[in-house]
Design a protein around this ligand. Structure first.
Ligand code: AMP
Length: 114
């Protein structure tokens, strides 16, 4: 997708602080972090949201989730606990329509999130 900022990050056309990369997924730090660990995990292929990701190629959603967990392990927050969030649609706060998992950790995370 030509105008998608996360497609451009996946293509290395714009910079990002990449923390993990697999064949089909990329993890990079959010530029407006809401917690000490705030990493976004995307499939490199463009899918608009979590619903589209769930319908995508076999194993892609799985790869995004496994990468999210690997990020938490790498940032040493997996033991204490962390949160994976897919904002899905405008009412949920989705602003970038290339699906991304937020991986949040490193502080107490309140529930419900508000
Ligand atoms: P959402 O509101 O769920 O769509 O989340 C979009 C997230 O992308 C926000 O937390 C932004 O801070 C983050 N973001 C936007 N542009 C960039 C960028 N170029 N690099 C890293 N994170 C970004």
């Amino acid at each position: 997708m030509t105008d998608c900022i996360f497609c451009k990050i996946a293509a290395k056309e714009i910079p990002a602080e990449v923390v993990l990369e697999t064949d089909r997924a990329l993890a990079f730090r959010d530029t407006n972090p809401q917690a000490p660990t705030h990493v976004l995990v995307i499939p490199k292929a463009h899918h608009a949201d979590a619903a589209a990701l769930a319908q995508a190629d076999a194993g892609l959603a799985d790869e995004v989730l496994k990468t999210a967990h690997a990020v938490a392990v790498g940032d040493d927050v997996a033991g204490a606990g962390y949160r994976i969030v897919f904002n899905t649609g405008p009412a949920a706060g989705q602003t970038v329509f290339h699906v991304h998992a937020h991986v949040l950790g490193g502080r107490e995370l309140t529930w419900p999130p508000g």
